[in-house]
Design a protein around this ligand. Structure first.
Ligand code: FA5
Length: 337
């Protein structure tokens, strides 16, 4: 083999070895720099080839010289690309460092309102109540009229209402001010015996403060059957309070007024030495029963409406109901279940 043939084959060999060596390097560290010095440095392998170039005939130099220059350009470019690639993406395909710590995956939690609604519904579920949901947009008829709240009744003033522009066939629509409209809707579609709870959102056009939101939840309850008495109302709500707050929980019933029940009560629980009201309730008014086609002399029932956010505030020592809506993870992430 002539000197020229030997240098040409050395160029090919060097190219293969250099590229294969570079391909094995996956981190931008000393090894890369060592590769560069070893092949492209002043005393590197490419420089040695240049020195041999001086020893071959001039005619052959024209053939061999450009080949060495091409190799130099190719190695330089491949080196820069390889280094950039390592820096740009941490894609170390084929390379995995088992000793690296794992990535922390963050997972979401249920919202505290969802948690308390589930807990309360579960308490009633264990007493034989089924769970239904209703519509947030209601008609005047179901939100007020069928609940014995006529348009001139002062009780309508209690619920400053968010009326909607949409009206079909003369019916006025609103964002429901309570979940009680579901009482009439359920009784219209079912025959007794009925035992049902209805969780859902309500809206009232009112200023917010630490215990009032304009958008909040209620859980409506309704039981209708032959011979349902007030003592069953008390027993059911007392049992719910014990399931939610503990077996020695004390409760208090006081007279209250809601046009759709007679008699009406509110229930408070003894919490931190104070009586705190958590719900309104009563025996379903005979006018409500007859309004949906039931015979009040045949069936009777009780109904109640609980504010789950208020229950959660007591259980979890939450000072301001507005925390439920401000979407602050420092608050929300405390309710992991
Ligand atoms: C009612 O809304 C009746 N529909 C409840 C009822 C149902 C009575 C069936 C009789 C029979 P009241 O306005 O008191 O009643 O609300 C019931 C509960 O909802 C309150 O005890 C409270 O826990 C919650 N609540 C009422 N207004 C708000 C508000 N603005 N923000 C947060 N919670 C509220």
């Amino acid at each position: 083999m002539t000197n020229t043939e030997s240098i040409l084959s050395e160029i090919d060999e060097l190219k293969q070895i250099a590229l294969s060596d570079l391909d094995k390097l996956h981190a931008d560290d000393d090894q890369l720099e060592n590769w560069r010095i070893s092949y492209l440095g002043r005393n590197g392998k490419l420089s040695s080839l240049m020195k041999i170039l001086a020893t071959i005939p001039n005619d052959d130099k024209r053939l061999v010289g450009p080949k060495i220059n091409d190799l130099k350009d190719q190695l330089n470019k491949t080196f820069v690309d390889h280094k950039n690639n390592i820096n740009k993406i941490e894609d170390k395909s084929g390379y995995f460092d088992n000793s690296l710590p794992g990535l922390n995956l963050s997972s979401g939690n249920y919202h505290p309102t969802t948690l308390i609604i589930r807990e309360i519904c579960q308490a009633f579920g264990s007493m034989g109540f089924e769970i239904l949901e209703g519509k947030e947009i209601e008609t005047e008829k179901y939100n007020f009229d069928l609940l014995n709240i006529p348009s001139d009744h002062p009780a309508r003033d209690q619920w400053d209402t968010i009326w909607l522009n949409a009206s079909t066939e003369g019916e006025k629509h609103l964002l429901r001010t309570h979940t009680s409209p579901m009482q009439a809707r359920i009784m219209e579609n079912k025959n007794p015996p009925i035992r049902v709870v209805v969780p859902g959102k309500c809206y009232r056009y009112e200023a917010t403060d630490a215990t009032h939101e304009w958008e909040f939840h209620q859980i409506e309850g309704l039981a209708v059957d032959k011979d349902i008495s007030f003592s069953e109302l008390k027993g059911t709500l007392f049992e719910m309070a014990r399931k939610i707050f503990g077996s020695d929980q004390k409760v208090r019933f006081r007279c209250d007024f809601f046009p759709f029940v007679e008699p009406g009560v509110d229930m408070s629980i003894l919490w931190d030495g104070k009586w705190i009201e958590i719900l309104g309730a009563g025996m379903v008014h005979p006018k409500v029963l007859s309004g949906v086609g039931y015979d009040p002399s045949e069936v009777s029932g009780f109904a109640f409406g609980i504010g789950p956010e208020r229950v959660s505030m007591l259980k979890n020592k939450i000072k301001d109901i507005r925390n439920f809506h401000i979407n602050d993870l420092r608050f929300l992430s405390q309710f992991v279940r």
